[in-house]
Design a protein around this ligand. Structure first.
Ligand SMILES: C[C@@]1(CC(=O)O)c2cc3[nH]c(cc4nc(cc5[nH]c(cc(n2)[C@H]1CCC(=O)O)[C@@](C)(CC(=O)O)[C@@H]5CCC(=O)O)C(CC(=O)O)=C4CCC(=O)O)c(CCC(=O)O)c3CC(=O)O
Ligand SMILES: NC(=O)C1=CN([C@@H]2O[C@H](COP(=O)(O)OP(=O)(O)OC[C@H]3O[C@@H](n4cnc5c(N)ncnc54)[C@H](O)[C@@H]3O)[C@@H](O)[C@H]2O)C=CC1
Length: 198
């Protein structure tokens, strides 16, 4: 496993084949990640239809055809037809395409994670395919612990990053220790955090 975070997806060609619950979940992640995915499927869930109406996705209302993955940066095969998902894997084979096959991870080159987002923070869980349900459960646990306070913490530290860079490593460590102790001890508001100590 080698985790990465994809950025700048807006101009990248992202193709999702299938329009059911699984495709919807993968599309949700892509939209959150800044993409404007092309969804190829004769049918769409109501949520996917909504995203089509608001131009958050482009919809091709037909079955997959060989050639649909041409020039794609990222492809997700999420139809309920094993053979179709396999054909998509075949088309992408030996091409520089990020490929997720929802029913046969070994035919692609990436799998998706269970994500808890909090402001600029992203907490991702993977079980490497062992138990997606466990990943989902752990994501929910993470969301209970890493609440809005941590997004605020990230904002504060980001705003002070240039200033923090002028400190020695020891000073910086002390500053973070202090922040984290405060965060652990009480539900902090902006006022509780030692922003004036720098
Ligand atoms: C390998 C992987 C490939 C990939 O999709 O990238 C994959 C594959 C498969 N999932 C299956 C089943 C389920 N998947 C979920 C849910 C999620 N699945 C996700 C990822 C992944 N699923 C990748 C591994 C990630 C990892 O291991 O951590 C999550 C994390 C992310 C996302 O999809 O966005 C998302 C939770 C999001 C969230 O809630 O945060 C649930 C639970 C539910 O839906 O409530 C079930 C039913 C319960 C169960 O089986 O556990 C099946 C059997 C299908 C069948 O039986 O037909 C296969 C096929 C197989 O195993 O071969
Ligand atoms: N990776 C994951 O997280 C999970 C994967 N799965 C797998 O994903 C598959 C899809 O699951 P669901 O979305 O629940 O199925 P679904 O039955 O709700 O949706 C299937 C979609 O595929 C479309 N489709 C069928 N043939 C097509 C074709 N030739 N070209 C384009 N689109 C086509 C249908 O119109 C439909 O929109 C399941 O068969 C299962 O094996 C299931 C659960 C979780």
């Amino acid at each position: 496993m080698y985790p990465i975070v994809l950025t700048n997806l807006a101009q990248q060609r992202c193709v999702v084949v299938g329009g059911g619950a699984v495709a919807e979940r993968k599309v949700a992640g892509l939209i959150t990640g800044g993409a404007n995915p092309i969804v190829i499927s004769p049918q769409l869930t109501p949520q996917l239809q909504h995203w089509q109406a608001s131009n958050q996705i482009q919809h091709l209302a037909r079955e997959y055809q060989f050639g649909d993955c041409e020039a794609a940066f990222l492809v997700v095969a999420a139809t309920n037809q094993r053979l179709v998902n396999q054909q998509i894997a075949h088309e992408c084979h030996n091409r520089p395409i990020l490929l997720n096959i929802a029913d046969a991870a070994e035919e692609g080159n990436f799998i998706t994670t269970a994500n808890h987002r909090q402001g600029s923070l992203l907490f991702s869980v993977s079980s490497s395919g062992a138990s997606p349900a466990l990943s989902r459960y752990l994501r929910q646990q993470l969301s209970n612990y890493f609440d809005q306070r941590y997004a605020t913490l990230a904002q504060i530290v980001a705003a002070q990053r240039a200033e923090l860079a002028t400190l020695t490593t020891t000073e910086r460590e002390q500053y973070f220790d202090q922040l984290l102790v405060e965060l652990a001890q009480q539900p902090p508001t902006l006022n509780h955090l030692p922003t004036e100590d720098l």
